[in-house]
Write a protein that binds this ligand. Structure first.
Ligand SMILES: Cc1cc2nc3c(=O)[nH]c(=O)nc-3n(C[C@H](O)[C@H](O)[C@H](O)COP(=O)(O)OP(=O)(O)OC[C@H]3O[C@@H](n4cnc5c(N)ncnc54)[C@H](O)[C@@H]3O)c2cc1C
Length: 463
């Protein structure tokens, strides 16, 4: 390919102690947590609102924030505050009230106790409010472009917006892009998907469906509930009997065998997680473009199926699909510690744990487009995510939070969900503020002090 040298002078337009790139679940929490302990914070988000996959991707509900016995809420802090603030506006149901095996969990039991249904529109609003209250300078419609790096330190980053290219000066940077865009371009070694197997988790385009009649739908589920089963790595769950019927009539060209549908806060509105687009590389715009188009094609097929075959859905309406394809997996950074599946399944809690979680390992598509591995932790009630997994190798002022942290691909399949992503974001925010305020490299901060600050911010860290 022909190459071109490109050099420009840009104004250093913004400055902050902590600069957060990406305003999804992790980036939002990183920004608020850093600001609440007194750091000046700039948040850069390419969309027009915060929330990432929860708003742009219509992904929901928030997966469990409880321990594996379902007794104790272990992801609290900013996650809990956000949910309570949404609930006060009628935009969420607190996970304490939501149990497994119900319409809120697509009638799934394993690993789905105490999920949190929420309204993305309410989430956008509450996130705006909390960012504003915390005094954070928020730049929506602004995209991170390139870092300027000198000997393991990110000096500035270049951003782009309708106002043109500009630079941002920061003391500590937190990469919450989900794809480790900043870390990767700064030179942090990354693995994309599961490189040993040459696989990456499939993408899915969520859609939202309204005017669903719960009673006939629930009756159909109840009549077939004892027919949920798992065979050859494939889960036959909600409505697989209807999918078979549609397939027999030539109305189901897709490979999926059952339907993921999650009731929202409102009884007649549902979030549908059923499309599956294999082989999307979220770091490649051409691949993303193909994925978006294929996702939309599948959404239409799935919606038509609902109207024709599913009781209670004859008059359903397709309200909208996600404004972005849902990306389960892309880059995983190489950090000071690479979290393993055994760490999680054995319920290990390292000394430098910054949050606890119990989410099961959830790997889609490993054995072909149909398969779904879902492995619950086998020891204890939770595991801990170490601070070291948020610290990229070889950098003094860079942290990563959310789905791109340093973990084996399968381990990331557990901790990538939104409550742990938020808890990791909160920890990264506090750590960045401590590093900036104490003029210390991120790898040398006082970890017990970080944990104390997190407890003071409401985190549950029973180590
Ligand atoms: C199909 C699917 C189903 C899922 N189901 C669930 C579920 O039921 N429950 C659950 O809890 N989790 C679920 N997840 C997982 C969860 O949604 C994500 O893993 C989680 O949102 C990760 O949070 P994050 O903050 O790391 O990244 P994201 O949510 O991806 O946020 C990243 C943010 O960074 C911004 N950004 C990216 N690049 C740039 C850039 N260069 N410049 C500026 N901004 C940038 C993006 O616009 C986005 O707002 C699902 C995910 C998918 C894809």
């Amino acid at each position: 390919m022909e190459k071109l040298m490109f050099s420009r002078e840009v104004p250093v337009r913004y400055q902050a102690q902590v600069v957060v790139v990406g305003g999804g679940p992790s980036g939002f929490c990183a920004a608020v947590a850093a600001a609440r302990i007194g750091a000046s914070v700039l948040l850069i988000e390419e969309g027009g609102f915060a929330g990432g996959m929860a708003t742009r991707g219509l992904v929901g509900p928030f997966m469990t924030s409880y321990d594996s016995s379902g007794e104790t809420m272990i992801i609290r802090g900013l996650f809990d505050e956000l949910v309570r603030r949404m609930e006060a506006r009628g935009g969420a149901i607190h996970p304490a009230k939501v149990r497994a095996g119900t319409p809120f969990t697509s009638w799934i039991v394993l690993g789905h106790d105490h999920v949190t249904p929420f309204e993305p529109e309410c989430l956008k609003l509450v996130m705006d409010e909390m960012l504003t209250e915390a005094g954070i300078q928020v730049l929506y419609h602004t995209r991170f472009v390139e870092p300027i790096v000198e000997e393991g330190t990110v000096r500035q980053i270049v951003i782009d917006s309708k106002a043109g290219l500009a630079a941002v000066q920061g003391e500590v940077f937190i990469d919450c892009t989900g794809d480790a865009d900043l870390a990767y371009r700064a030179g942090v070694p990354c693995e994309k998907g599961n490189e040993a197997l040459g696989l990456i988790q499939p993408a899915s385009l969520f859609f939202r469906m309204g005017n669903v009649q719960l009673k006939p739908l629930q009756a159909d589920i109840d009549a077939h509930r004892d027919q949920f089963y798992r065979k050859d790595g494939v889960n036959y769950r909600s409505l697989h009997w209807r999918v078979s019927e549609a397939r027999e009539h030539g109305d189901w060209p897709l490979k999926r065998v059952s339907i993921g549908m999650f009731r929202s806060v409102k009884e007649d509105e549902w979030f549908i997680n059923t499309s599956r687009v294999m082989g999307v590389d979220a770091t490649d715009n051409e691949s993303l473009t193909r994925g978006e188009m294929e996702g939309r094609r599948q959404v239409q097929i799935i919606f038509d199926f609902f109207r024709k075959y599913v009781p209670g859905c004859a008059d359903a309406r397709l309200l909208c699909s996600g404004s972005t394809l849902g990306i389960r997996e892309s880059r995983h950074i190489r950090g000071l510690y690479r979290l393993t599946v055994d760490d999680l399944l054995d319920g290990r809690v390292p000394e430098d744990a910054i949050c606890l979680a119990s989410n099961s390992v959830d790997v889609h598509g490993r054995f072909g487009p149909l398969s779904n591995e879902y492995v619950a932790i086998r020891n204890g009630r939770w595991y801990g995510i170490p601070y070291r997994s948020l610290v990229p190798e070889g950098f003094d002022n860079l942290l990563v939070a959310g789905r791109a942290v340093s973990a084996e691909s399968d381990a990331a399949g557990a901790i990538r969900v939104m409550p742990p992503s938020m808890a990791m974001g909160q920890a990264a925010g506090v750590a960045a503020a401590l590093a900036a305020q104490g003029k210390k490299p991120v790898h040398s901060i006082d970890v017990p002090a970080l944990q104390e600050h997190l407890r003071a911010q409401g985190a549950y860290l029973d180590l």
